[in-house]
Design a binder for this molecule. Structure first.
Ligand SMILES: [Zn+2]
Length: 206
């Protein structure tokens, strides 16, 4: 399986003591058989993670309630540099930038740019609506694209209410070609609003 594909790791390595979010590990000896075990104490939004609808509103689906097939599949990654610093990303931008025929229904859509901080382009309302209409399976971003226009929560509200999960803090997006297969499975823990994942891109060779 996966012969003819190379793998690109889209997960940042997390190092206890060096993260901006909660990550503590405590190793101990398990008395029954003298093996080592570790308690892991993390924020649910550590590293690359998948956010479920319950992140935004109580009563909406948690991570364990989303269909597992949504977490893997055909993916498209677009560099939205040409949208410009701090500008809204529109459905027209996405179609214009794609060199492989654009986003297809049930794709997992990744967006990235060379910008950072206040300069990042952001998801426009029109694009959020368009993604839900298509629909995409998930939206993935790193720190170079904003989910929201300043002081708004439209993208979270709109996508998560439609059970379209959001992947944040994806690493190495600049290294992937436009088309690949994505795999990023969250932990199946009832009640959690988000889960870290091991995110990978499978890229067809040749
Ligand atoms: Zn998050």
């Amino acid at each position: 399986m996966f012969e003819g594909y190379r793998m690109i790791d889209l997960s940042p390595e997390l190092i206890p003591g060096e993260e901006d979010r909660r990550l503590e590990i405590r190793q101990y000896i398990f008395e029954l058989d003298n093996t080592y075990m570790t308690d892991i104490d993390i924020m649910s939004h550590i590293g690359v993670h998948i956010e479920a609808p319950s992140h935004y509103k109580k009563g909406l689906k948690d991570v364990s309630q989303l269909p597992v097939e949504d977490f893997l599949g055909d993916a498209i990654s677009l560099n939205v540099e040409s949208v410009g610093k701090g500008q809204p990303i529109t459905p027209e931008d996405v179609s214009r930038i794609s060199e492989t025929g654009g986003v297809r229904p049930r794709d997992i859509l990744f967006l990235h740019s060379p910008f950072e901080g206040d300069d990042v382009p952001f998801i426009s309302r029109a694009l959020a609506e368009w993604m839900a209409e298509l629909p995409v399976k998930m939206l993935g971003i790193d720190m170079t694209v904003g989910l929201e226009e300043k002081d708004q929560m439209f993208t979270h509200d709109f996508l998560l209410r439609k059970d379209i999960a959001i992947i944040e803090r994806v690493a190495n997006l600049k290294d992937v070609p436009e088309r690949f297969v994505f795999i990023g499975l969250p932990l199946r823990i009832r009640g959690i609003d988000s889960s870290p994942i091991r995110a990978i891109a499978l890229v067809k060779e040749g």
